[in-house]
Design a protein. Structure first.
Length: 203
């Protein structure tokens, strides 16, 4: 007796070759083969339906993601600089996700969540009440972004571990951003500590 698997493979070869007469003859002579072919067809149909649905779902997800434009993210970076300069922490915090991670890499400070970021911002502005940020460049690509900036301010308030000096600073820095849609979920600031300390008379 011939191996059923071998018979089925022969049938597949006929399908590939396009021999319609021989295909019909094989199906008529072998009810078992006809059943196997019907099962394979049904399985393929279900698989095709499944992958079609998966593709549609992924397409919808991608449409949702791409509905947030690079221009929206670039605008968020520009507003980041404007709102720090305006000392408007309420509106600044609206630019971020609830679980934002905001890192001052130079100082070794990591703020997790909006509450910690607000406390960080309040302490920073208390030390430099007139602080401003001038963006020199910015970019976004749909997932991340960056900006170069110049920070200017006068140290007329006490900062953590740094009593007021009354000195003016002008320091270059850069920030890297990660986005979730048009919200910033991570910001990492890098800036020139050496120049900062020299201008304050502390180095």
């Amino acid at each position: 007796m011939r191996n059923p698997d071998s018979a089925f493979l022969d049938f597949v070869r006929l399908v590939v070759a396009g021999d319609i007469d021989d295909i019909c003859r094989r199906l008529a002579d072998s009810p078992a083969l006809a059943t196997a072919v019907a099962f394979a067809g049904a399985t393929r149909q279900k698989a095709s339906s499944f992958f079609f649905e998966e593709t549609v779902q992924k397409g919808v997800h991608m449409a949702e993601v791409t509905s947030i434009s690079v221009e929206d993210q670039t605008r968020a970076i520009e507003n980041w600089g404007k709102l720090w300069s305006a000392h408007d922490l309420d509106r600044l915090l609206q630019l971020f996700t609830e679980d934002v991670v905001y890192e001052d890499v130079t100082m070794g400070v990591v703020n997790r969540g909006k509450s910690e970021l607000r406390t960080f911002g309040e302490g920073f502005i208390a030390g430099f009440p007139d602080v401003t940020f001038e963006l020199r460049s910015r970019f976004a690509n749909g997932a991340s972004g960056g900006a170069e900036w110049v920070m200017r301010g006068t140290h007329t308030g006490d900062s953590p571990g740094m009593p007021r000096t009354g000195k003016h600073v002008e320091v270059r820095g850069a920030s890297m951003f990660e986005f979730a849609g048009d919200k910033i979920r991570r910001c990492s600031d890098y800036w020139d500590m050496s120049t900062f300390l020299k201008q304050l008379g502390l180095a």
